[in-house]
Design a protein around this ligand. Sequence first.
Ligand code: ZN
Length: 242
Amino acid sequence: MKLALISDIHGNLEALVSVLNHVEKQKVDRIHCLGDVIGYGSDPSSCLELVNNNCDIRIMGNHEFAALGMEDIDDYNPAAQKSAIWTRAQLSDREKAMIAEFEMSHTLDDILLVHASPFEPKEWHYVLNAEAALEALEYLDEKLCFLGHSHVPQIYAERENDLPRTQVGHDFLPDDQSRYIVNVGSVGQPRDNDPRACYVTWDSEEYEVLYHRVDYDIETTQDKMSQANLPRMLIARLSMGR
Ligand code: ZN
């Protein structure tokens, strides 16, 4: 079985369309989405529609929670707060019902799909360093956990009597001993200084994780965000990928 795992699209339609076109050439069996389809970008509805039509398993992100009014957005920074309120106002009842169907996590054989962390998924903990990965691994029953949330492609590999090995996201073959937490990066708002859209494929026969980077029309996305009057900081960061 070959899977494409996409996450953190954030209403960026141009990035999502480019990624879906790229995925088509990888001959995957299924596409699964790890959450945050919406929030920040100017096309929440079109992105939801595409995810609903193309993705098999759809995982809940904190931005979906916010759109459903289930997340306290007082802690969000001002730009994120403004975009969350704007996004919520764009969505129809039908689209909100679509989001409400998203799952908190999903296990497929020896892999776990979740948005933020296997540890208290509704608390949206960030796995950003070896200490956080060690805690998350305690809650992981599967061999591999694929997640998003930080928008930074990263791999944490379990080690005996040591903190997990932390590496920048790269193609790899899991070894027999370790369990892994794999951050698949972000389709619509990368934050690793590479503005290209990012996603991962997992091939359970080749036993291989591959990272993919995809160019998309950033300027068009930025123009649409400007027209929607979305915060300037969110528009500017797309060209820098951070
Ligand atoms: Zn996100």
